[in-house]
Design a protein around this ligand. Sequence first.
Ligand code: G1P
Length: 308
Amino acid sequence: MTAKQRTRGSVTKAVVPAAGLGTRFLPATKAMPKEMLPIVDKPAIQYVVEEAAAAGLDDVLIITGRNKTNISNHFDSVPELELALERKGDEGKLGKVHEASEIAEVHLLRQGQPLGLGHAVGCARRHVGDESFAVLLGDDLIDARDPLLERMVAEHDARDATVIALMEVPPESIHLYGCAAVEPTDDPDVVKITGLVEKPEASEAPSNLAVIGRYVLRPEIFDIIDELEPGRGGEIQLTDALNHLAEGKGDGPVYGVVFRGRRYDTGDRADWIKANVLLGVDHPELGAEITDWLLGFADRLRAGRADD
Ligand code: G1P
């Protein structure tokens, strides 16, 4: 089914901002974008593109910045590698090379200047046009076993509203996220958002609900972004544009879907290691070996013999 054949109101385009500097992961990210760090055997951003495609969003625009050329290379074909594998008759590896270029129709756009997440989303205006679209942050990985985006698109369609993903976090972590003031709805997994603040101190946070990197936005967001003054950190913040809507100053309400599944912040070193372990244990080829090793290692750790 092409985008034009889909029913009105459904979402077919995804925007993946991937222009951040990745400073939390230096020196690994000095010459390589954080979105290209592998999780088991695929770069983090491939999982994000797969997630979009699985939710029916097969037009994916990645917003890149400097140092990001290998993101575009990853979603292209590599004729010389493909030829070498074909000559060897290695269908398995050939499939893996093809995989990334066949998931979705991937487009790339450079942000030019790193002026913030809101600005990055604003860069997508011409590509998105007058349609609702999803934003998936390139270093937020949602476990494919816990689908979230489909649910958000369904809420967007049913309520004709902007929908963002929220997750409960401990008070000591809220300063790392956008934070939502909310009112309940008759659905325990959905809240109405009455305000949003970017990275508040714990003492000033309106709740323990953090904005995680999944948004289903209506095209009106572009006009709001265009009018925004720089916010926290001197950057054009997507959270500020959403707050404008949540406070009733724009066209339509904002709802939050409360996610209770597995999410990994792959731009954070500890979370990246955990994601590798959790997805490694589940991997069809590697799972048994990693599980055995992990169980043995845990025993040795407990016995104080980790070096054995
Ligand atoms: C961005 C958003 C923030 C959100 C977070 C989720 O921040 O600005 O509102 O909570 O992503 O990962 P960043 O982590 O890019 O600083």
